[in-house]
Every structure is written in C-alpha cells, then in structure tokens.
Design a protein around this ligand. Structure first.
Ligand code: 4NP
Length: 156
C-alpha cells in the first residue's frame, strides 16, 4: 500500500501523520510506504515544524528527515489512499485533480476515526505547543484505526 497524507503547508499536521503511520506499519511489518504533501507551496523544501518534530520524538518517532513538497495532480494516480487532514485541503485536492481525482481513495483523514463526521484536524500552526499534542493524539488514534482496517491486506 502507498498512502499519502496531505495538509496545507506540509510542515505541521501531515508530517506527523506520515511519521506515525509509517512507524506503526514498520512495527507490524506491513511494508506500507507512507508519504506526505501540502496543497500550498509556502514551505516547500523545509523540514517539519520544530514542535511537530518535538512531539513525534517524545513518542519515539524521528521525522527530521522529511521535507515539504507540494501536492500534484499526478499524486492522485500514485497512491492507494490519499488522506486530507482538513476539509479545505480535501476541496483543494479535488480541485487540483479534477475531473479524475474524485475517486473513493481520496478521503478526510478523521473519517477513519469517526465515520460520517466530516471533521478536520485543527491547524496548530498559529497556536502553542498544546495544539501539537492534540494533533498527535488525534493522528495516533486515527492511524490505529487505519492499521486495524487495512492491516490485514498482506502483500502490497
Ligand atoms: P500544516 O500547517 O498545513 O499543518 O502544515 C500550516 C503550516 C503553515 C501555514 C499554514 C498551515 N502557513 O500559512 O504558512
């Protein structure tokens, strides 16, 4: 399975989601490839936000090697699952990939935690460290749900 996590800047939320899901996949030996991207280009080439790196490292996950990149139309065909961290991100992904990108493999990330709820992971960029802890907790629980749902599909 190839999975892409997408947020706006690709420095706060989706790098955490990439790191956490890749870590869980590796621990289980699932062989998944998890990557991330942003719909905006402000931070292309930058490592994850210091607080995203800190929260992950406190949980045993090093995301310092990641570099921000922009989501592209071609991404829609390269991944089995594409998760938007927020509804504005999902809208932008659909706009970028139209008319071919509206397949069921492009979804809101938190739908895996609370199906049908259409919730967004709050953007921690303009707040303090608490926001990053909240994001990590949401991401951690949602990645457990993704592993539970798809972790039995061996061989990809
Ligand atoms: P992210 O957070 O989408 O979780 O990476 C943001 C990072 C930067 C900006 C917005 C959101 N920004 O406007 O620069």
């Amino acid at each position: 399975m190839r999975i892409l996590m997408v947020c706006l800047g690709n420095i706060c939320r989706s790098p955490i989601a990439e790191g956490v899901l890749q870590h869980k996949s590796d621990l289980k030996g699932l062989g998944w490839v998890v990557e991330s991207a942003g719909t905006e280009s402000y931070h292309v080439g930058e490592p994850p936000h210091k607080l995203s790196q800190k929260i992950c490292l406190e949980n045993g996950i090093d995301i310092s090697h990641q570099r921000a990149r922009k989501f592209t139309k071609a991404d829609a065909g390269h991944y089995d699952l594409i998760y938007a961290m927020a509804d504005d991100v999902l809208h932008e992904i659909h706009r970028t990939t139209a008319p071919n990108g509206s397949g069921g493999h492009i979804r809101l990330f938190l739908e895996e935690l609370n199906p049908g709820m259409k919730e967004s992971v709050p953007d921690p960029y303009y707040g303090g460290e608490d926001g990053y802890h909240h994001v990590f907790d949401l991401v951690n629980r949602t990645c457990d749900a993704i592993i539970y749902r798809y972790g039995h599909q061996i061989g990809k």
